[in-house]
Design a binder for this molecule. Structure first.
Ligand code: BTN
Length: 254
């Protein structure tokens, strides 16, 4: 595949000294690879594209299956020191959705949806480095996007794919659209926090105003997100602010 590594590097290097773009034909998982490097003391800024992942990972211990060419799988590794990490995955979702298409919605905390089907997901992990004490951590921001049709078998949410919206898209084109704006948005988040993204999230919130059920057994009406990115749900017990990424949420069956 012909990846736009040079063009991305030219756009990002002025913002992030030492930035590199790397493409691996195969790796277990681009997130696992960058976390391994971080644990070995490497915390350089990098965009790592995996053409094929043999052990892709999703949130909540789930797997992430993808076939080479039919999806875009990459991780952005950056040393970051935001005052508050809350809402980073929402900010990343906002950035990717805005770069791709107005019809893409965001399902809290970090799924990209099209017509209530899952187009992509975000997995953020962080590693500490240095002598401890400092606020800076190495953030690994992993993104998987379906580009071509994929079977629904084994998925809890039926899939969507980008060619429904961008008929001729190939994975490298999609990377070209999202990569540089993503870096800029993540740097903006590190400076200004989630507040700068709250309105933009609201404009694409897939759950707002809908009845939802939560994996902790509660149910209610989704009311948007707070200034720190918590999901606000009006339940029988009152307005709940859900911040734990261990809780999963879905629209209630109609
Ligand atoms: C989810 O929906 O649960 C998150 C999926 C994240 C998948 C991406 S693909 C690139 C990066 N490497 C991984 O192993 N996972 C993320």
């Amino acid at each position: 595949m012909n990846w736009p590594a040079e063009a991305i590097w030219e756009a990002v290097a002025p913002l992030v000294p030492g930035f590199t773009v790397e493409v691996l034909p195969e790796v277990d998982s681009s997130n696992t690879e960058l976390m391994r490097r971080a644990r070995a003391g490497r915390n350089e800024p990098v965009l790592l594209v995996a053409e094929q992942q043999t052990a892709g990972r999703g949130r909540l211990g789930r797997g992430w299956q993808s076939a080479a060419g039919d999806s875009l799988t990459f991780s952005l590794g950056l040393p970051l020191a935001p005052a508050d990490w809350a809402g980073l995955s929402l900010a990343v979702g906002v950035s990717v959705a805005e770069s791709l298409h107005p019809a893409i919605r965001l399902k809290w905390p970090n799924d990209l949806w099209f017509e209530d089907r899952k187009l992509g997901g975000i997995l953020i992990e962080t590693a500490s480095f240095g002598e401890g004490g400092g606020a800076e951590r190495y953030a690994v921001i992993g993104i998987g996007l379906n580009v071509a049709p994929r079977p629904a078998q084994g998925l809890s949410t039926p899939p969507a794919w980008l060619r429904e919206l961008l008929p001729y898209a190939e994975a490298p084109d999609v990377l070209q659209l999202v990569a540089a704006p993503l870096v800029a948005d993540v740097l903006n988040f590190a400076q200004a926090g989630f507040a700068a993204f709250q309105r933009r999230f609201e404009a694409r919130d897939a759950l707002r105003g809908r009845a939802v059920t939560l994996s902790d057994g509660s149910a209610g009406l989704a009311q948007g997100v707070s200034a720190t990115g918590s999901l606000l749900v009006h339940t029988a017990a009152g307005l709940q602010a859900i911040s734990s990424s261990e809780v999963s949420v879905r629209p209630a069956a109609p």
